[in-house]
Design a protein around this ligand. Structure first.
Ligand code: ADP
Ligand code: MG
Length: 119
């Protein structure tokens, strides 16, 4: 089966010095094409942090994330945004719309980047 997402020994820390805390402490995960995977855990256990790491929304402190075989730490910000726009769908807990645009323009904006024609 095709590996879609492969994370190896992912560490993500926040804070510095004495305040530094590993929210993800060596997480490895493999998600294959066609699989449905749920990540469950109490609030604050790092689910969102893991989603952001696996989708290239946020960088990892150490470890590796491959998306369709591509090492996300080695691709440019523009390529990352192409991957997120074309290959990943997110339903956020909180609204993440741009406040200076109305709802329709928020929806259209990603398609405009790809010069896609809207009806
Ligand atoms: N940007 C950040 N800066 C500092 N701490 C963060 C940041 N994002 C998340 N955290 C901390 O990481 C921990 C896990 O958060 P999160 O991934 O949002 O958990 P969950 O989604 O499982 O509720 C929490 O203690 C949270 O306060
Ligand atoms: Mg969360």
């Amino acid at each position: 089966m095709n590996k879609i997402i492969f994370g190896e020994h992912i560490v993500k820390s926040f804070g510095e010095g004495d305040e530094q805390r590993n929210v993800l402490d060596g997480v490895s995960v493999e998600i294959n094409e066609g699989e449905f995977v749920s990540v469950m855990g109490p609030s604050g256990s790092g689910k969102s942090t893991l989603m952001f790491a696996l989708s290239g929304t946020d960088c990892v402190t150490s470890g590796k994330v491959l998306f369709e075989g591509e090492d996300l730490s080695a691709v440019s910000e523009n390529e990352l945004s192409d991957i997120r726009r074309n290959k990943i769908g997110f339903v956020f807990q909180q609204p993440t719309m741009l406040k200076n645009l109305n709802i329709i323009d928020n929806i259209i904006l990603p398609s405009m980047r790809d010069n896609r024609k809207m009806l």
